[in-house]
Design a protein around this ligand. Structure first.
Ligand SMILES: Nc1ncnc2c1ncn2[C@@H]1O[C@H](COP(=O)(O)OP(=O)(O)O)[C@@H](O)[C@H]1O
Ligand SMILES: [Mg+2]
Length: 223
């Protein structure tokens, strides 16, 4: 699905990430961990083509990210759902309109039971007509997840999806991500919350990648 080969990235100073090779196979579940500033968000952006590597190669669904044409970019947008670390909504649109925005933007119909089902899945049915400013932290994160999956992506990338929410709600969000994985989707979650990783490992076979010293290592069972 997504493949990095000897990838490096620099914002202009020294290298932030060096010599990274990894594969996110179809249906896999990965955590990406490491201290704040290690490069988790940067690595995620590389994975969906929002940043281009300064060295090495990245292939997304077989296409080299340096060679994507407009159709390829549209394909990547559709097949990779992203929950951004700084979740943003259009403040004047209600929750349901925000969630279906990717459909609207891509010119797809947003009619039918799918949206209702999705709203119910994330537990936001009775918040559908609220404005983003009226949502709690947990509701925002669930709305962001719904928006990320409304195009039925094959891959879901979630960047600190449990950032500002309590333990109960974090668990609930993780259960949704596990469900997506059981439905066959490839999942990558950036988090520095090791207790969340431990709690999740009981329910899904997850690999833990850790960024340390600019490189990505596969973390052992010593979490
Ligand atoms: N657009 C940018 N320009 C320059 N430096 C950046 C930019 N975005 C992030 N950085 C720097 O890159 C490093 C890694 O950031 P980030 O990928 O957000 O780490 P993490 O998500 O692990 O906290 C940080 O030192 C950050 O300040
Ligand atoms: Mg980050």
């Amino acid at each position: 699905m997504i493949e990095l080969e000897n990838v490096a990235y620099s914002y202009g100073g020294g290298e932030l990430l060096s010599d990274i090779s990894l594969k996110l196979a179809a249906g896999s579940f990965h955590f990406l961990t490491g201290p704040s500033g290690a490069g988790k968000t940067t690595l995620m952006k590389l994975c969906y083509g929002a940043l281009l590597p300064t060295a090495g190669h990245i292939r997304v669904f077989g296409a080299d990210v340096r060679e994507l044409d407009r159709d390829d970019i549209a394909m990547v947008r559709r097949r990779v759902g992203v929950v951004h670390q700084d979740v943003k909504f259009l403040d004047h649109l209600d929750v349901s309109e925000n969630i279906k925005l990717p459909l609207t933007v891509s010119g797809r119909s947003s009619e039918g039971a799918d949206l209702d089902e999705l709203m119910s899945w994330v537990g936001l049915t009775n918040r559908a007509n609220a404005l983003p400013a009226e949502l709690s932290g947990g509701e925002r994160q669930r709305a962001a997840l719904a928006r990320a999956v409304i195009m039925s992506p094959d891959v879901v990338l979630a960047d600190e999806p449990t950032g500002n929410i309590d333990w109960e709600m974090s668990q609930r969000l993780l259960r949704l991500l596990i469900e997506l994985n059981k439905m066959g989707k490839t999942v990558l979650i950036a988090t520095h919350d090791l207790s969340l990783i431990r709690a999740t490992k009981a329910h899904v076979q997850a690999r833990v990648l850790r960024i340390a010293n600019r490189r990505v290592q596969l973390a052992g069972a010593d979490l």
